[in-house]
Ligand binder design. Structure first.
Ligand SMILES: [Zn+2]
Ligand SMILES: [Zn+2]
Length: 384
């Protein structure tokens, strides 16, 4: 083979911008695969091994590589397009080689992990009293299986046959550069994509964080939890925040956007929690004890004698925590549940009711009687 072979890059499956370290790494990987001792000594394998060795001889010498580049620049200038995906791919590969133990060309500066924002629904009572809320923080992290390369053997993956490893193709009359649609700009075709990330190079990472919810937390409130965001640069999937970032910068913060779930029975008024309490006439007259909801679970409330519709009952110290200490009250607004008489039971119920009214007499319905008397008095005024 000639020492100046413009296909030397293709034979090694590297972009023309490849670093010396990458060329050497790729050569070693390919020569291991096609070495006559390992490939069974077939004629094809031997020819491939000789071609690979020749290509490496050409590219490993500065003078030889310059000669290859000069001839290639005339035949295929597009392969030297600046800013092509291949440059980035080459950088990524060089970094990947560093992870594999090959000396790195350039260490990336540690970077702080991004802040993560997560919307969290907090139960009503926990938002009111405060407490720990488990929150799942998820983000896209560099795949830990392949170090973000998308392949377990990135140096052994072949060049994309559509773009020749450049990551870009020139199309149309004006020869505009476009990202290669076949390899997505990577410049390589992944024959053995990483199992962990299916070749994408990143995967979902998550961790459960116990977020301390402050008392009296409002709907829409933003809480910042330091160091529980995305892992810093160099962090990989499964590593956690402040303690888990490997070789990278500070982890980001977790921003919790609180949604307080409404309670169907309880509402907040100032420092107090208020609840409408429908009661039957019988419960009121007997002075029963009833189960009532509260921030602290179900409570037993004894109805005092003589309590009526519209009155308020109070359990002290079961409302919201006050900033100055102590708690507001839990208040119940009594609503008499007037029976609805319908269907087959209507006549029997009405007969019983009339018996009750007769027994109670006009004194038993003081408000109704006073109202009727006031209207009568008004009629008398009008007649006068
Ligand atoms: Zn992977
Ligand atoms: Zn391509």
């Amino acid at each position: 083979m000639r020492t100046c072979d413009p296909d030397a890059y293709r034979l090694l499956g590297v972009p023309v911008q490849a670093t010396d370290a990458l060329i050497r790494e790729r050569y070693l990987a390919l020569s291991r695969t096609f070495h006559p001792d390992r490939a069974g000594g077939s004629a094809e394998a031997t020819r491939a091994f000789q071609a690979i060795s020749g290509a490496y001889r050409a590219l490993s010498e500065p003078a030889g590589r310059q000669a290859v580049d000069r001839e290639l620049a005339i035949r295929e200038p597009s392969r030297f397009a600046e800013g092509s995906g291949a440059v980035r791919a080459a950088e990524a590969l060089a970094e990947g080689l560093g992870r594999l133990g090959v000396k790195r060309q350039r260490l990336p500066a540690p970077s702080r992990g991004r802040d993560l924002r997560v919307v969290v629904t907090v139960p009503f009572a926990r938002a009111a009293l405060g407490g720990d809320q488990p929150v799942q923080a998820t983000w896209r992290a560099v795949c830990g299986d392949c170090g973000g390369q998308g392949s377990h053997h990135p140096s052994a993956e072949p060049d994309c046959h559509v773009c020749g490893g450049a990551g870009t193709v020139r199309v149309g009359v004006r020869r505009l550069s476009h990202r290669c649609g076949f390899c997505g700009g990577r410049g390589q075709v992944l024959l053995r994509p990483c199992v962990g990330c299916a070749g994408s190079g990143d995967c979902e990472a998550s961790r459960e964080v116990l977020v301390p919810i402050p008392p009296r937390c409002r709907d829409g409130q933003l809480l910042r939890v330091r160091g529980q965001g995305e892992a810093g640069g160099g962090g990989t999937s499964g590593t956690g925040g402040a303690t888990g970032a490997r070789g990278g910068g500070e982890p980001g913060d977790l921003i919790v956007d609180v949604r307080v779930s409404a309670d169907p029975l309880l509402q907040i008024e100032g420092d107090d929690v208020v609840c409408a309490l429908p009661l039957t006439l019988g419960q009121l007259l007997r002075g029963d004890s009833v189960d009532v909801p509260s921030l602290d679970g179900v409570q037993r409330l004894r109805l005092p004698a003589g309590v009526g519709d519209g009155q308020e009952l109070r359990i002290a110290g079961r409302g919201l925590p006050r900033p100055e200490g102590g708690r507001g009250d839990l208040r119940f607004r009594v609503q008499v549940d007037v029976p609805s008489l319908a269907g087959t039971t209507r006549d029997a119920a009405l007969a019983a009711w009339q018996t009750l009214e007769a027994a109670v007499g006009p004194q038993g319905h003081r408000r109704a009687r006073r109202f009727a008397e006031a209207v009568v008095a008004r009629q008398g005024d009008g007649d006068a």
